[in-house]
Design a protein around this ligand. Structure first.
Ligand code: PLP
Length: 375
């Protein structure tokens, strides 16, 4: 029986991607798997388990709630909350025994006063991302000292920065590394056990000098190319396939239209398949008249407006498809493949947004190279 819409996630692919990325690291360099945003749409808990099976040393999320979800799901090891933590989130983060990021002395004082169990902290220097962290090396050093002298409830675990354009502008990445280095040297001299980290997926793949003690990989562990091109060129395997099915096929005569606003009309006689997946599932409306789908190992153009619950596809001839046929939006079918990167490029975005945009209405089904896995 055809499933309306389904995201199939191959956890073995995540394991292998992590193992491959680790293979590009020098001995002793660890990999932190970034599973924020519900594991970039793949499901945080299954993605986290797969990443750990592939050899990830640490998990990272953005929010306290995401850390709590992993802890409640039975993840025993270290979890780093990389985002800012509001007063409201702090008890949740501490309850989940999270490691946290600090860049102000005030935050350190607040933690020193409220933490019951020891909290591991990573000091963040903003070397050019212009988001979280302090730009001031002296302030970062004061924050680190504050942690080091705070007593047993705080532990200085790491020093970090984040690259703004490792996927685009390598010279800016080099400049960020240059700004990070004096801080790193000072930290290593005073606190030799501190773990220093900076690289995201793009830097992990392209800038070995940025690997330091640990890399923080998100998109690449899911098998996507951080440069938004071909993941296979980096030996990465996309873990997620998104599909729906042919629910109806009808003749369109010249002048007949499909979808809201009549944004597509048949110029000659053709057949149009209706596929019950739409923007409420994460198929972006901007893909209107601007995407392909795969059916029976062939590509067909999405025609007409993407609606909330349906898309329409020009299949040409009635015999091209049958009711119930699988329709692949992301993934492979026969010799054809459409990557999340390709879908993203159609509308000027990145695979991250396409994957994170898959809504809860799309069930996720997990497998390990084809063998079903319970969530
Ligand atoms: C601080 C930080 N580190 C690492 C990552 C992982 O980035 P990517 O998915 O490009 O590997 C992110 C994600 O945006 C991040 O915010």
């Amino acid at each position: 029986m055809a499933v309306r819409a389904l995201a199939r996630v191959n956890l073995a692919a995540i394991e292998r991607n992590v193992a491959r990325l680790r293979g590009g690291l020098a001995d002793g360099v660890g990999l932190c798997a970034v599973v924020k945003g519900d594991g970039y749409g793949h499901g945080a808990l299954p993605a986290a388990r797969a990443a750990l099976a592939g050899g990830a040393r640490l998990l990272a999320v953005a929010t306290a709630g995401e850390a709590a979800e992993l802890r409640d799901g039975g993840i025993p090891g270290p979890i780093l909350v990389m985002g800012a933590v509001s007063d409201e989130e702090l008890p949740v983060a501490l309850g989940a025994r999270s490691e946290l990021v600090a860049w102000t002395e005030e935050f350190v004082r607040k933690l020193a006063g409220s933490a019951q169990a020891p909290v591991r902290l990573h000091v963040k220097l903003d070397t050019g991302m212009g988001r979280l962290g302090t730009r001031d090396v002296d302030e970062a050093t004061r924050v680190a000292s504050g942690i080091a002298v705070a007593g047993p409830q705080l532990e200085l675990a790491g020093a970090m920065t984040h690259f703004a354009s490792a996927d685009e502008d390598r010279s800016f990445t080099a400049l960020q590394l240059e700004r990070f280095e004096p801080f790193v040297a000072a930290m290593r001299e005073r606190w030799p056990g501190v773990v220093v980290h900076a690289a995201n997926s793009a830097a992990t793949l392209r800038e070995p000098t940025s690997h330091l003690d640990l890399v923080r990989c998100g998109i690449a562990i899911y098998g996507c190319d951080p440069m938004n091109q071909d993941p296979f060129a980096h030996g990465l395997e996309p873990a997620l396939e998104l599909s729906s099915y042919v629910a109806a096929v009808k003749l369109a005569r010249p002048g007949d239209s499909a979808g809201y606003g009549r944004r597509w009309t048949a110029s000659s006689e053709t057949w149009v398949a209706t596929v019950p997946i739409g923007y409420a599932d994460g198929i972006r409306r901007a893909l209107t008249n601007n995407c392909d789908v795969l059916i029976g190992g062939r590509r067909y153009p999405l025609v007409g407006t993407v609606s909330m619950d349906n898309i329409t596809v020009d299949v040409g001839a009635p015999e091209a498809v049958r009711l119930g046929d699988r329709v692949t939006i992301i993934g492979g079918d026969g010799n054809e493949r459409q990557t999340a990167e390709e879908v993203a490029r159609r509308i000027g975005t990145i695979s991250y947004e396409i994957l994170c945009g898959l809504t809860p209405r799309v069930p996720r089904a997990y497998h390990h190279d084809g063998a079903p896995v319970e969530r």
